[in-house]
Design a binder for this molecule. Structure first.
Ligand SMILES: NC(=O)c1ccc[n+]([C@@H]2O[C@H](COP(=O)([O-])OP(=O)(O)OC[C@H]3O[C@@H](n4cnc5c(N)ncnc54)[C@H](O)[C@@H]3O)[C@@H](O)[C@H]2O)c1
Length: 310
């Protein structure tokens, strides 16, 4: 069912990695809500290799078919200069920038004893450094105009995910980055939030073109390997469109007061994540030594009920 209102009329948005999956859905939704969109995508494969501007251009055509405005950019977010050109594209084409969605992502899963330095660097470069690169170039503009919205894309993989050390580290780094940049920019009226999305109908999740069955298989696999109490089973298939709806809503004035927080979305579930806090502690006036720590009562108190996560 089409939304009746245009909640982002007059705004200019950048969506990185908007050629496929979640980013494409976000670019389309922001355009439906009235925003003009810079559709950035390198156009490579899921490992981040190769380049093709046609991938971003196709989404621009889809947006044009909705009667909205968009422009394609094929730079890599992993390049500091590339990120500068992405931001410049918004200013040169549309004259301003209001919204930055950091979504671009690659994946190179390997269990830690087989993870190469190259695979580590490639994933950190796109997700974590890519977020920094984009925010670094957008921040002076947002600070100057005293407004702006940034949404960074984390993942539940950051909670612990078998064979995804590079991806988990980058994604949890993005959450810490979000908290700090929210404080750096919050006093200028700029808000910076993060999402942990689920969408099975994307290339990265292995479901694009594979339909719901491929996604269900994937959820089963991930379910066994994500730590914590979260189940990967969702009441409905997790679709990119639902992620895009949350992202568009977070960009609206209704969410203007929300800064530095992380949201869950996917499979019919929307939620707010807690911020980590110390769950128990013990104070010792003289400070702690190994002798003092090596005490059965203290161990039982601190970790006695912790579930074995092997
Ligand atoms: N699909 C899920 O369930 C899921 C879950 C958690 C997090 N995420 C995150 O959501 C985001 C989108 O993932 P998706 O599932 O839609 O994957 P996807 O592969 O369909 O889309 C990612 C896009 O990013 C682009 N990209 C890759 N490297 C780039 C670079 N250096 N510069 C510019 N663009 C680049 C790709 O070309 C691709 O179009 C990623 O950050 C991913 O980690 C996805």
């Amino acid at each position: 069912m089409a939304d009746s209102k245009q909640r982002l009329a007059g705004k200019v948005a950048i969506v990185t990695g908007a050629g496929h999956g979640i980013g494409r859905a976000e670019a389309l939704e922001l355009a439906r809500q009235g925003a003009k969109v810079v559709v950035n995508d390198l156009g490579g494969d899921t490992k981040g290799e190769g380049a093709d501007l046609g991938v971003a251009q196709r989404v621009v055509q889809e947006i044009a078919a909705l009667g909205a405005s968009a422009v394609a950019n094929g730079d890599s977010v992993a390049s500091f200069e590339g990120a500068r050109r992405i931001v410049e594209t918004a200013i040169k084409t549309f004259g301003r920038l209001d919204i930055l969605i950091n979504n671009a992502g690659n994946a190179r899963p390997r269990v830690i004893y087989n993870l190469s330095e190259e695979d580590w660097d490639a994933v950190i470069a796109v997700h974590l450094k890519g977020c920094f690169n984009m925010v670094r170039h957008a921040a002076p503009i947002f600070r100057e105009q005293r407004s702006g919205v940034i949404i960074n894309t984390g993942s539940e993989s950051g909670l612990g995910h078998f064979g995804q050390a590079n991806y988990s580290a980058a994604k949890e780094g993005i959450i810490g980055f979000t908290r700090t940049v929210a404080r750096d920019l919050g006093r200028y009226g700029v808000r910076v939030n993060a999402i942990r999305p689920r969408a099975i109908d994307t290339r990265l999740a292995g479901g694009e073109g594979g339909g719901v069955e491929a996604g269900a298989r994937l959820e089963q696999t991930f379910g066994r390997h994500v730590l914590g109490t979260r189940s990967m089973k969702t009441p409905r298939p997790a679709k990119a469109e639902e992620v895009a709806a949350l992202v568009a809503w977070l960009c609206t004035d209704a969410m203007a007061a929300v800064n530095g927080r992380t949201f869950q979305i996917g499979g019919g579930e929307v939620g707010l994540w807690s911020e980590p806090e110390l769950i128990r502690s013990s104070l010792r006036e003289e400070g702690w030594t190994v002798d003092a720590l090596d005490n059965e009562m203290l161990r039982d108190y601190l970790v006695g009920d912790i579930i074995d996560q092997r």
